[in-house]
Write a new protein. Structure first.
Length: 445
């Protein structure tokens, strides 16, 4: 097939989708049927659909076919998620804030302003953070069940930066990394940027399918596993102790590095010990204070195995030189004086209240989530179209996410992820009523 003819077919289908002549949710012909209709090779039909998918106009679903996407959904529900419109109720991103946090910041700024080391905050800091700040974080980790030497701690500009320097320090282009079939979108962004090969692991109710992980390790040269054992995003599980032990055993047997993301772990009360507490020599522990305190407080931290610390330090130097000293000083004051513990406890209570609201307003729907989490997962029937629901809700000024940003496998499930922490409780309740009404009318009718 001549390149010009191939392009004309792509352009024609794209035009029909954009003009609405091919309706959102419509199932397109199979590759073989398209090839027969247009008189082209099946491999060329596959190429046509692949290009339309890259343009964001269609989605392929394993075992079901190729469907027209609802292009009314704002771009950015894949690798790059765009900001929510100013007039929308945000059930897409989480930035929970509690009354009085601004007053805490004012007080902290006054205390820093009158401290004896103010001048030092104007100078370059050690790449991995000042010793006293790393010691504060070590004490904080001790309260989470991790005995940590401050020499193994590196301070980052939030947990996302912590994940970035983890990849830079420990992985290479093309390395195979096992991930959950549904995982944190920020790690997908990094994997794409650093050209990692993500291998999805099916999930169970309590965590990754460890039989599948063992099979993967036996068939591919897996270098690392990225996991959220405590308060998984988006499914909310807390991995049982026995599964954690088995995961560590698999990692040791196959020489895997464990990347443990604990960004939401503070929400789970009395969870099993972190993986980093049991296997510190093969685990990189990444967390921060953006989720537990404030999204604008970009202070994260990494606990690395001792031999890897120099590589992490070089990665920090290459990307940011050091974390801003002022924000780090405030964060560590709050770690030491109990403010962080106090705010985390209040946010656990706040998240529980929001989960109560979501279970009341969406009662009867198949919700998946943790009882003290700031998000919930709403699976939809197989014949439903999550992008169509998202577009309908967007027209009602409600922003939600489909499963697409979280999906690492070839099959994207039809589901919505509802973030609960970015609006007040009354608004959340009324918004969830609209979500229920739209979901019942469109997906569960």
């Amino acid at each position: 097939m001549a390149a010009s003819r191939y392009k004309k077919l792509v352009d024609a289908l794209a035009s029909d989708i954009r003009a609405g002549r091919l309706a959102a949710g419509a199932r397109l012909p199979t590759h073989r049927a398209l090839a027969a209709r247009e008189g082209i090779a099946v491999v060329t039909a596959t190429r046509v659909y692949a290009e339309l998918e890259a343009m964001g106009l269609v989605s392929r679903e394993q075992g079901r076919g190729t469907f027209v996407r609802d292009i009314a959904v704002p771009a950015g529900h894949g690798i790059d998620q765009q900001a929510v419109a100013a007039d929308a109720v945000d059930l897409n991103f989480n930035y929970p804030s509690l009354p009085g946090q601004a007053d805490l910041l004012r007080q902290a700024l006054r205390e820093v302003a009158t401290s004896g080391d103010l001048d030092s905050l104007l100078r370059y800091q050690p790449h991995r953070g000042r010793p006293q700040d790393r010691a504060s974080i070590a004490r904080h980790l001790g309260r989470r069940g991790i005995t940590a030497d401050a020499e193994r701690i590196l301070i980052a500009n939030g947990a996302q930066h912590g994940l970035a320097i983890t990849i830079m320090a420990t992985l290479n282009v093309g390395d195979v990394v096992a991930v959950d079939a549904l995982t944190y979108p920020g790690f997908k962004v990094l994997a794409h940027a650093f050209h990692l090969d993500l291998e999805p692991i099916p999930t169970t109710a309590d965590g990754p399918d460890l039989d599948a992980l063992e099979h993967l390790c036996a068939t591919r040269p897996v270098r690392a596993i990225y996991t959220m054992p405590t308060l998984h995003n988006p499914l909310g599980w807390v991995m049982p102790t026995t599964d954690r032990a088995r995961l560590i055993g698999i990692a040791r047997q196959h020489g895997l590095l464990i990347i443990e993301d604990a960004s939401y772990a503070y929400l789970a009360e009395d969870p099993p010990p972190p993986l980093a507490a049991t296997a510190p020599d093969i685990t990189v522990y990444v967390s921060g204070l953006s989720k537990s305190i404030a999204t604008g407080l970009r202070v994260g931290f990494v606990l690395a195995p001792p031999p890897a610390v120099p590589a992490f330090e070089r990665a920090i130097r290459a990307t940011t030189w050091n974390t801003p000293a002022l924000t780090t000083a405030i964060a560590c004051r709050w770690l030491d004086d109990g403010t962080v513990n106090h705010l985390e406890a209040r946010k656990r209570d706040d998240a529980k209240a929001r989960q109560t609201v979501v279970r009341e307003e969406l009662a009867g729907l198949p919700l998946i989530g943790h009882p003290s989490s700031y998000f919930t997962w709403l699976p939809l029937p197989d014949d439903a179209r999550a992008d169509r629901l998202t577009a309908t809700l967007a027209r009602r000024h409600i922003s939600v996410s489909t499963a697409e940003p979280f999906t690492t496998s070839a099959h994207t499930p039809q589901a919505l992820r509802l973030a609960l922490g970015s609006t007040d409780l009354d608004s959340l309740r009324s918004t969830l009523r609209t979500v229920r009404r739209v979901a019942v009318e469109d997906a569960y009718a």
